[in-house]
Design a protein. Structure first.
Length: 262
């Protein structure tokens, strides 16, 4: 039986660790040729090497998603190594905990530049590639349940993720006739390094009194009884990258164990 994603060339940004790395491993296991893109050269190389060691195909690319030339180079390297680009997962992102009245202009730009502008640039440059190829293509963005509901100590992060949902819908409307689809995944509370940063921010801001308290509080209401792991996002990533999702565009799939109903 042929692997589900055999022959597909896929970029995953922010794939050096966490959700991105898990998705990349899952996609490679189904035969995809991966570009592991991350701002950290070291972690990108580590993930790519682990995929190759498991029998998969992967190259590493250092990318700053807020810099257009860096994104162009990532896509050019992908086309050179894999012959084309079929799918891009715009997963790179950062988080920061700040009480609403403490968010500064610097905080806003830091989070929105990566999570909003970075997604826009990657989408634009991928779409240019898809149009040049004449093959259509798939865009999958990592949003969040924070793109569905606002959380006060994370207001600017939520704004960035609402923006990701809006960009996804706008691109779906703009390029559907060219067989370019755009969808996003909305994770909930995921046990990754990012949530350690969020949790530490809650404690540093005096909003919690001990380590892991915010993580445990947010996880308490999950209907399936546990927080997510990065591997919980792999199945939906495979689906969205595959032909099974060809008739889906402009959608946001919430994968949170039952926290937010939309």
């Amino acid at each position: 039986m042929q692997a589900e994603l055999a022959g597909r060339a896929i970029i995953v940004t922010g794939a050096g660790r966490g959700i991105g790395a898990a998705m990349a491993h899952g996609l490679a296991a189904e035969g995809a040729a991966l570009t592991i893109a991350d701002i950290s050269t070291e972690t990108a190389e580590e993930t790519a090497e682990a995929i190759r060691a498991a029998g998969g195909t992967a190259i590493a690319a250092t990318v700053d998603v807020t810099e257009r030339e860096s994104v162009k180079e990532m896509i050019a390297r992908t086309a050179e190594a894999h012959g084309k680009l079929d799918v891009i997962f715009n997963n790179a992102g950062i988080a920061q905990t700040r009480p609403f009245l403490s968010i500064t202009e610097e905080d806003w730009h830091r989070v929105l530049d990566v999570n909003g502008l970075g997604v826009l640039i990657c989408m634009q440059e991928a779409i240019h590639r898809f149009l040049d190829q004449g093959t259509g293509g798939k865009i999958i963005n990592t949003a969040s349940i924070a793109g569905k509901q606002g959380y006060e100590p994370l207001a600017h992060y939520c704004a960035s993720k609402f923006g990701v949902v809006a960009l996804t819908q706008a691109a779906a409307r703009a390029f559907g006739a060219r067989q370019i689809t755009a969808n996003c995944i909305c994770p909930g509370v995921v046990a990754t390094e990012m949530w350690k940063v969020i949790d530490k921010g809650f404690k540093d801001e005096g909003l919690t009194s001990r380590d892991n308290e915010a993580f445990e509080t947010f996880s308490a209401g999950i209907l399936l009884g546990r927080p997510s792991t990065a591997d919980d996002l792999v199945g939906v990533a495979r689906f969205l990258a595959s032909g099974a999702s060809d008739y889906m565009t402009g959608q946001s799939l919430v994968v949170d164990g039952g926290m937010v109903f939309v």
